[in-house]
Each structure stands twice: as structure tokens, then as C-alpha cells.
Design a protein around this ligand. Structure first.
Ligand SMILES: C[S@@+](CC[C@H](N)C(=O)[O-])C[C@H]1O[C@@H](n2cnc3c(N)ncnc32)[C@H](O)[C@@H]1O
Length: 279
């Protein structure tokens, strides 16, 4: 164990789990009583445990060390096969998009876009994230090989999408961090930017019905669900939950396809705008 702790991303994961998650985990009942039925981002057990009134990500933005630890945790997560980005790279016909733009919404360091750009050299990528994240990432990416086709842009995904007409608005590991109220805001911000052939690609977990997958996969999915509830007052959705979110966001959003790459904890959900259903 002490050897593992010398690996920075593992140290970050353990620190994140113990010092962020565990402190909220002991306050679940209290939060449920205080904020019964609330969808607010700052009504999580994490807020009660830490005595912090800001939503978790907003707090991390003011605290670079804890933000960096969260990112290290994400990096460690990605090293598990079920969360490896190869599932996304290989799970969609990226080259079939031709010369087009992909907007990586909440794209963090751009690591997903970077992997996709190697697979589909004709695509251009715009990686959006919070201002502080983008400032830091830009500095580190400058001059690094492979980053030429990535443009970094500060954008708050709760406001309208500034890039219109992209072929793909990609959201990997984003909507599960939010209750329906806020996840719908994110999707609603994207729809006005749609042009012909635009689509949203969500890469997120679809909660399996109890007993329908092997024990390990089920345990992982339910732990993730608990983590979303404790730290973000959010939820892992089953298919019905996702469909309800899409309908709440915009009646014209049509779930065109769902793909679950073999061995992946995430599924790819492709959403297009069905103008015919504008009621
Ligand atoms: C769970 S991480 C996912 C990162 C990336 N998509 C991936 O798959 O590795 C969530 C990301 O959303 C970003 N984020 C949080 N709130 C945001 C906001 N309001 N606008 C834009 N990005 C935000 C975080 O900084 C973080 O990079």
C-alpha cells in the first residue's frame, strides 16, 4: 500500500476518496433530512460534511490543490480498463465524420480529444472547460506534440454553447455529476448551437437493473451512484432515467443510438434533433 501511495494519481484517488467522499458519506441521513428532494448542487452530503455552501466543482475552482487532486483521481480512474478511453475511440465511427469539428464539453486536459485526434486526423477539436482549468491546461499543452489540432476555450457549460454547427458535442463523464435540473440545463445550452448533422454524444454509464450484470460490474455501478449522490447530489441514471432527462431537456432530442463497447462501463448515447417532433 505504501508503495502504491508513491504513484501520484493513486495518492490523489485515495486522498479524494478519504478526504472528500468519506466526510460526506457519514452525513447522508442528515443531508436527506435537511434537503429532502432537493436537486440543488450544493445540497449534497459533501456540503454538510465539509460545511461548504458552494457546489463541489465551484469550490474546487477556488481551491487549486483540491481541484488538482480531483483531476489526479480522474486520471487514475481512466487507467482502469472499464473506463479506458479506447472504448470511446473505438466505439464510434469518428473517421466517418470527415472534416468536422468536435466540441469536447467539460473536456478537462483534452486527453480524450487528443486520443480521438490520433484516430481521426481530419477532425478538429475545441476543448472547453472552466476558466482556471483552461488557463492551466493551455500552459502545459503549448508546444507539446499532438496538440496542434486542439483549441482550448474557457466556457461554462451552464451557459449557451458559443460554437455553433459542430458535428459533435461530446460530453464524457459530465451529466452524471448533476441532478436532472442541472443536466437538462447543460443539454439545453447545446441545442441552439445545432445545425444540420450536429449531434450530442454522451459517454456515461447506464445503470443496470439489479442482478443483470456480473457482481463486479454491478458493485462498481452502485458505488459510482453513491459517490455521485454523496459528493454532487447527483445520480447514475438507468435507461429510463436518461430518456426522462432528454425529454425534460428538449422534446425534439431523439436518442438515435446506444452503443456499449465490450468491457466498457460507459455507453455511447447519440442524440439528434428531430424537428418533426417539435410540439
Ligand atoms: C468528471 S470531469 C470529466 C472530464 C472529461 N470529460 C473526461 O472525460 O475526462 C468533469 C469536468 O467538467 C468540468 N466542469 C465542471 N463544471 C463546469 C462548468 N460549469 N463548465 C465547464 N466545465 C465544467 C471540470 O473542470 C472537469 O474537467
Amino acid at each position: 500500500m505504501s508503495k502504491l501511495l508513491t504513484i501520484p494519481s493513486i495518492r490523489d484517488s485515495i486522498g479524494y476518496l478519504v478526504e472528500e467522499g468519506f466526510i460526506g458519506a457519514g452525513r447522508i441521513s442528515e443531508a436527506a433530512e435537511m434537503y429532502r428532494g432537493s436537486q440543488e448542487r450544493n445540497h449534497a452530503p459533501w456540503n454538510v460534511g465539509h460545511g461548504i455552501d458552494l457546489p463541489t466543482f465551484q469550490f474546487f475552482e477556488t481551491n487549486p490543490k483540491r481541484m488538482a487532486r480531483f483531476f489526479g483521481n480522474m486520471e487514475n480512474f481512466g487507467s482502469q480498463d472499464a473506463y479506458n478511453i479506447r472504448h470511446l475511440v473505438e466505439g464510434y465511427d469518428w473517421t466517418g465524420l470527415g472534416e468536422a469539428t468536435v466540441v469536447d464539453v467539460g473536456g478537462n486536459t483534452g486527453h480524450v480529444s487528443l486520443a480521438l485526434s490520433k484516430k481521426a486526423p481530419a477532425l478538429n477539436f475545441i476543448v472547453q472547460d472552466l476558466e482556471n482549468v483552461i488557463m492551466d491546461v493551455k500552459e502545459r499543452a503549448e508546444g507539446q506534440p499532438g496538440y496542434e489540432r486542439l483549441r482550448f476555450e474557457a466556457h461554462d457549460f451552464f451557459s449557451p454553447q458559443p460554437v455553433s454547427g459542430a458535428a459533435v458535442y461530446l460530453l464524457r463523464f459530465i451529466c452524471h455529476d448533476y441532478s436532472d435540473k442541472y443536466a437538462a440545463k447543460i443539454l439545453q445550452g447545446l441545442v441552439p448551437a445545432f445545425r444540420q448533422k450536429s449531434r450530442i454524444l454522451l459517454f456515461d454509464g447506464i445503470m443496470p437493473a439489479p442482478g443483470t450484470v456480473n457482481n463486479l460490474a454491478e458493485r462498481k455501478a452502485r458505488i459510482m451512484d453513491m459517490e455521485m449522490m454523496i459528493t454532487y447530489n447527483a445520480v447514475e441514471r438507468d435507461l429510463e432515467g436518461w430518456k426522462a432527462l432528454f425529454a425534460k431537456s428538449d422534446k425534439r432530442l431523439k436518442l438515435q443510438s446506444i452503443t456499449t463497447p465490450r468491457g466498457s462501463a460507459h455507453s455511447l448515447m447519440e442524440l439528434v434533433l428531430d424537428e418533426a417532433s417539435d410540439t
